[in-house]
Design a protein. Structure first.
Length: 94
């Protein structure tokens, strides 16, 4: 799968986004396919965004998976701009 397909699959599965002190946390369902997509996405994203710290929290399959993207204030500003860009795309498509 390519990057766009993987992230598109994750966007359709995402339950919520929460702001953290140094970044953002995405919540996803706890199924195996979502975890596989998260792992693929993180392995690709690490190559271009070395300034981010990626934390995946996965417990039992009936509990949600959390993907935390964190680092410093500059990284948080980058993430905020990316989130806003995605929101604007969704609004313009509806």
């Amino acid at each position: 799968m390519d990057y766009k397909s993987i992230w598109g699959g994750l966007e359709t599965r995402r339950i919520s986004i929460s702001e953290l002190e140094k970044g953002y946390q995405h919540q996803f369902p706890g199924d195996a396919e979502t975890l596989r997509l998260i792992n693929e996405w993180v392995s690709m994203e690490r190559k271009c965004c070395a300034f981010l710290t990626f934390t995946v929290i996965a417990r039992h399959t009936e509990e949600p998976i959390f993907l935390q993207l964190t680092e410093n204030e500059e990284a948080k500003a980058f993430l905020q701009a990316d989130i806003q860009s995605n929101i604007n795309i969704i609004i313009s498509e509806s």
